[in-house]
Design a protein around this ligand. Structure first.
Ligand code: SF4
Length: 455
């Protein structure tokens, strides 16, 4: 006999226990113990930022728990998040709300999130606590790290970019938070470092984002999500937001490694990274820090037109000269070009009378050989390629790429919701907090039945 649901919603009294309704295998239940640990005494940490008079504010722990839900389940709008928390029993349970408790209004929620939370760097504090719990649980080995960056599209139209000299910031009547932040950062910025190219296109609505076509994507404005992971369980040890420019992404790795050392006393023996990180300056920094660079070095010195490559010239480190295939000497004046390259030149007379000139410098009066000022560091990195340790860490490096893939597919994090570098920072910290919490749920809790929790 076909059953039929009896519609009787007029019952007056219910025997209902929210705690019993949330199964042990539910993701929120599995991460709850870690969240409780990370948020313990959070009120004490924040007390200096709250007034002791006036109406009570929204509980910061409630807001943090709501944000964790939002980034766990890819709920990207504050308005929708408030609605979902109001309607979903598991979300209510995780937020410590009873059935009749009110949920914050989305506008108050957004105001608090962008105000006090940023002032006291709350998301950074919570992220570091989560990393601390991972460390205490033995999920971080601290021997090998990997670093990578992924482009996240900015909340800025790709059709409205302008050349920097086309924007007169002094004529913008009511600059947005993102524009104010950008202008303040410009005032504080030190003189341009060698190797950093000025932007060709700027977004008037989110000027801190970078105009990029990285990762074979369409050209767009974007931010670089930089993750430093421990290779053992792919725990995110540090996270940094930068404009989506390789120069900034490489520079942020130094910041992240230095911070992992100062905050957690973590100093890896090796770092795995792709060829974007194979600059002489960065490799030299790693070697100075006694971190083995498991990095592929991009070598542009190999010529494909049949003429001699740099490898056909012999370098003498003691005399700081190159010797060409006919035994002539190439010397340098010591002048550094583009902040990183020395040029070694042969004598014009030697080349003019040389029988191998057509195979060496057919279009130039004399041969020039470029050499990075940190070529010795690049040589060390090259010598490590192909060793068993390198192969293993190169394989483990894929875990950081998996982190980005999961973030984009499972958490629907492909486009920024917030503008400005501080908005990117907030969003990236929350993403990293959630991904680390899921790793702990997967590795440290045992659900009664097997479930799929993608890290
Ligand atoms: S062209 Fe000049 S640098 Fe090249 S092999 Fe001849 S002498 Fe040496």
């Amino acid at each position: 006999m076909m059953g039929r649901q009896a519609f009787d919603q007029a019952q007056l009294f219910y025997s209902f226990n929210l705690e019993e309704r949330i199964p042990a295998r539910h993701l929120l239940r599995r991460i709850d113990a870690f969240v409780r640990q990370a948020l313990s005494d959070i009120h004490y940490e924040l007390s200096a930022y709250y007034s002791h008079t006036g109406r009570p504010s929204i509980d910061p722990e409630l807001m943090l728990r709501m944000l964790i839900i939002g980034y766990c389940y890819g709920i990207r709008s504050d308005r929708r998040l408030c609605e979902e928390v109001s309607l979903n029993l598991a979300y209510r349970w995780f937020c410590r709300l009873d059935l009749e408790d009110g949920v914050p209004d989305h506008s108050t929620f957004s105001k608090n999130r962008h105000g006090r939370f940023r002032e006291c760097d709350l998301l950074r504090l919570v992220f570091e606590r989560v990393v601390g719990i991972c460390l205490g649980s033995g999920l971080i080995k601290g021997e090998g790290f990997a670093v990578d960056a992924s482009v996240i599209e900015a909340d800025a139209s790709r059709y409205h970019g302008l050349a920097p000299d086309e924007i007169d910031w002094s004529k913008v009547e009511k600059p947005s938070r993102a524009v104010r932040e950008y202008l303040e950062a410009l005032d504080e910025t030190a003189p341009a470092e060698p190797g950093r190219k000025p932007p060709k296109v700027i977004s008037p609505s989110d000027p801190a984002s970078a105009w990029t076509a990285k990762a074979n994507k369409r050209v767009q404005f974007g931010y670089g999500l930089n993750y430093l992971i421990d290779n053992e369980q792919a725990v995110i040890v540090d996270v940094e937001a930068t404009p989506a420019r390789t120069f900034d992404e490489v520079a942020s790795t130094e910041t992240m490694l230095a911070r992992a050392k100062s905050r957690f006393n973590l100093k890896p023996k090796l770092l795995a990274a792709d060829s974007a990180y194979g600059t002489g300056k960065f490799l030299a920094w790693l070697i100075d820090e006694e971190i083995e660079p498991h990095v592929v070095v991009r070598d542009l010195s190999n010529r494909k037109d049949g003429t001699f490559s740099r490898s056909d010239f012999k370098y003498d480190p003691d005399k700081n000269i190159y010797t060409c295939p006919t035994g002539k000497i190439l010397t340098t004046t010591g002048r550094i070009h583009e902040g990183k390259t020395l040029l070694y030149r042969a004598r014009k007379n030697d080349c003019q009378s040389c029988p191998l000139k057509r195979k060496c410098c057919p279009k130039a009066a004399e041969r020039k050989v470029p050499r990075d000022v940190n070529e010795a560091a690049r040589d060390i990195a090259r010598s490590l390629v192909g060793t068993p340790d390198f192969e293993r860490s190169w394989d483990e490096r894929k875990k950081v790429e998996m982190r980005f893939a999961h973030l984009k597919t499972h958490h629907k994090f492909e486009r920024m919701r917030l503008r400005g570098l501080s908005g990117a920072r907030d969003e990236f910290h929350l993403a990293a907090i959630v991904q680390n919490l899921k790793t702990m749920a997967l590795r440290l809790t045992k659900p009664p039945t097997a479930v799929q929790v993608s890290a």
